[in-house]
Design a protein around this ligand. Structure first.
Ligand code: PHE
Length: 340
């Protein structure tokens, strides 16, 4: 017991103020040959009635020495680092800046959310496609000039493989797998061989939609798209449909919304017409349904497709599509997803 008390008081009086004294402390209390260690091996020789209390005290002392050493060591190391530099380890650290979602992702999610609320489900699929899913099944016959509407990147070694020019390929994939009712939304990246300017890029994003069931009408499509436009751009937004042409829809239309900048009175964005085009749409051509194994006498459907960059530019009023691909954080930092 006297040895315990002796070591205890030595330990308590020991002042560690340098790496040298730290090492002395270790030699005196923590090595195998230290008195403390000897006491530990002594436990088994102590009379049984005293062994428990003796063991406890020695072990406590050992722990205390260990703890004392660790604390002093951390402190000494800190001081050593500081002595060699002007680093102040007590200074609060700089805040970590969190990234934010890319505006294109925010917009894709927003579009999908709006349609999911009315029963559409989201599907995805490959960027690298075959000719069938991008063109042939969608009524673009071989050599048909309509294929020129979308300048395609083909894979050099295999003329049948290409980068998809629209996500309508996913509509084909869905119809091939599933019988109506089908109500899907297809977001994704698409590729077209176009010169990069402030208004066009060779990579962009689309969300396309498809609804096939019995008695689906053009009027239903119009109402769904009006709902979408008002959810996205505000409840006063108006829409108008202009006749158009797509090989896979008949009749086809392009949809404009009332300009959300001037409210319809005319400005540079809407080229003083009061309207801006946001999407293409139409009733699915019966031969497309048949190509995908769906009975066109029983079912009808509508489809639509919109460009995400264009929508994002309209919504956030930016005038250069290239900003979305350059990843300049000063630009990206300005976007926040709803609820973020
Ligand atoms: N796929 C067309 C495009 O990329 C858009 C579209 C989809 C048009 C569905 C009509 C119906 O331009």
């Amino acid at each position: 017991m006297t040895s315990i008390d002796k070591i205890k008081s030595q330990l308590e009086q020991f002042a560690i103020d340098s790496l040298d004294t730290l090492e002395q402390f270790r030699l005196q209390f923590l090595t195998k040959k230290s008195e403390l260690q000897e006491l530990l091996s002594e436990i088994k020789n102590v009379a049984p009635e005293e062994r428990k209390s003796f063991g406890q005290q020695v072990n406590e002392l050992k722990q205390k020495a260990q703890q004392f050493y660790e604390e002093a060591k951390a402190k000494m190391e800190c001081q050593a680092v500081q002595a060699g530099s002007d680093l102040d380890v007590t200074r609060p650290s700089t805040a970590v800046t969190l990234g934010s979602m890319h505006p294109i992702s925010i917009m894709m999610n927003e579009v999908c959310d709006i349609f999911e609320k009315i029963g559409f489900s989201t599907v995805s699929g490959p960027d690298v496609e075959d000719d069938w899913h991008v063109f042939t099944a969608l009524n673009f016959p071989e050599e048909h000039p309509a294929r020129d509407m979308q300048d395609t990147f083909f894979i050099e070694l295999h003329p049948d493989i290409l980068l998809r020019t629209h996500t309508s390929s996913l509509q084909v994939r869905t119809m091939e797998k599933q019988q109506p009712p089908i109500r899907v939304i297809c977001p994704g990246r698409v590729f077209r061989n176009e010169a990069i300017t402030s208004r066009a890029h060779c990579i962009f994003h689309q969300v396309e939609g498809l609804y096939v069931a019995e008695n689906v009408s053009f009027a239903e499509m119009k109402q769904t798209l009006l709902y979408f436009a008002q959810q996205m751009f505000g409840k006063d937004t108006k829409i108008r449909l202009r006749p158009s042409y797509f090989p896979f829809t008949e009749p086809s239309a392009e949809m404009d919304i009332s300009c959300n900048i001037c409210g319809g009175s005319g400005c540079a964005l809407c080229k003083h017409t009061g309207w801006v085009e946001i999407l293409g749409c139409g009733m699915v051509d019966p031969s497309v349904l048949e190509n995908c194994g769906i009975d066109s006498k029983k079912y009808t459907g509508y489809a639509f497709g919109l460009g995400i960059e264009r929508m994002t530019m309209l919504k956030y009023r930016t005038n250069d599509i290239r900003l979305y691909f350059e990843n300049d954080v000063r630009f990206l930092r300005q976007f926040k997803a709803a609820g973020n």
